[in-house]
Design a protein around this ligand. Structure first.
Ligand code: PBG
Length: 328
């Protein structure tokens, strides 16, 4: 039976009916809000390439997280910008490092907020790479020792979930072993499993002052040309103990989100990265696109593709809009 009996426009005539037949619904509880934390007090430094995003000192970070929580956002993920960087990223596993302090402050002052931490040493190394460098190469197994120490220090500070983003082989198993040995067997791991060597991380590296001082990340992050390999990455991570897996970036990789959503039975996260955010912001600032509409469309698309949760710098703006709409 086709036209004229079937008219798909019938269900599009009325706003209420359109909403009733919507297949995908966004809610603030879909979001994880990424936050940059730095040393000092009363600091809120704007990040030039990410309008509306800041590097926060711990005291102000707590306020920002409280605002997010009040909007219905259940979780934040923390990235640290330390005072000192060195070859091995030692401040990444200092028990009084910026992230460790932030975790303690958040868990004390906002116990109902789920606090996640990014586990990767690139923000802490002088060379900006996600691993230990030897003769110009990023060495895998030695890096795992740093990651174990880092995950351990976050666990001891009281974090609710750790999220390794370095893309070293074997990192999930290694961190799982470490946590289990220390009695943190119930602390979940969200693996950045399908993390692509993307040019869309540039504003983040600006924010975290973590651009590699030589070379690039293509010897550890995935080739944007590959889709089947994402399934291998995810399967390995699940075998090693990942509880949630992630695709990153999100919008250019929605095919991967879709494929993995069908291939795996663990929850799936997608990271709308800095470049995705900044492109929308820039387009809107130029007056070429409507910021709110494009923001909502981008987030809806990520969810429609199959993501169970979305890491997004738009978390607060989108939650505010969704809440307003609900109150109408
Ligand atoms: C690595 C890490 C990066 C991002 C999240 N974790 C940067 C990178 O791999 O260069 C990028 C996030 C974004 O662009 O928003 N610690």
């Amino acid at each position: 039976m086709g036209f004229p009996r079937q008219r798909l426009r019938r269900l599009r005539q009325h706003q209420i009916l359109r909403e009733m037949v919507q297949e995908t619904n966004l809610t603030p509880s879909d979001f994880v809000y990424p936050l940059f934390v730095t040393f000092g007090k009363e600091r809120q430094e704007p990040i030039a390439s990410m309008p509306g995003q800041y590097r926060w000192s711990v005291d102000l970070l707590v306020k920002e997280a409280a605002e997010a929580k009040a909007l219905g956002i259940p979780s934040v993920i923390l990235f640290g910008i330390p005072e000192q960087k060195d070859e091995r990223g030692t401040s990444a596993y200092d028990k009084d490092g910026v992230v460790q302090q932030a975790v303690r402050a958040l868990k004390t002052q906002l116990p109902d907020l789920l606090v996640m931490t990014d586990v990767c040493i690139d923000e802490y190394t002088s060379h900006g790479h996600c691993g230990i460098v030897r003769d110009g190469r990023i060495v895998n197994d030695e890096t795992l020792d740093c990651l174990r120490l880092m995950a351990r220090s976050h666990a001891e500070a009281g974090v609710d979930l750790v999220a390794p983003s370095d893309m070293m082989d074997g990192r999930i198993g290694s961190i799982r072993d470490e946590l289990d040995q220390l009695g943190f067997q119930d602390l979940p791991i969200m693996a950045y499993s399908a993390k692509y060597a993307s040019s869309l991380y540039a504003p983040f590296r600006d924010a975290a002052l973590s651009s590699p001082s030589f070379g690039d990340r293509r010897s550890y992050q995935m080739d944007p040309a590959n889709a089947r390999e994402a399934i291998r990455e995810v399967q390995l991570d699940i075998d090693e103990g990942a509880d949630i897996v992630m695709v990153k970036p999100a919008s250019f990789y929605l095919d991967i989100v879709r494929v993995l959503g069908e291939a795996v039975t663990v929850p799936l996260a997608a990271y709308q990265v800095s470049g995705e955010y900044s492109m929308i912001k820039a387009g809107a600032q130029l007056g070429w696109i409507d910021e709110q509409n494009v923001m909502m469309e981008s987030l809806l698309s990520i969810k429609r593709a199959g993501a169970d949760m979305i890491l997004t710098y738009f978390a607060k703006d989108a939650a505010r809009l969704l809440n307003q709409h609900r109150l109408l």
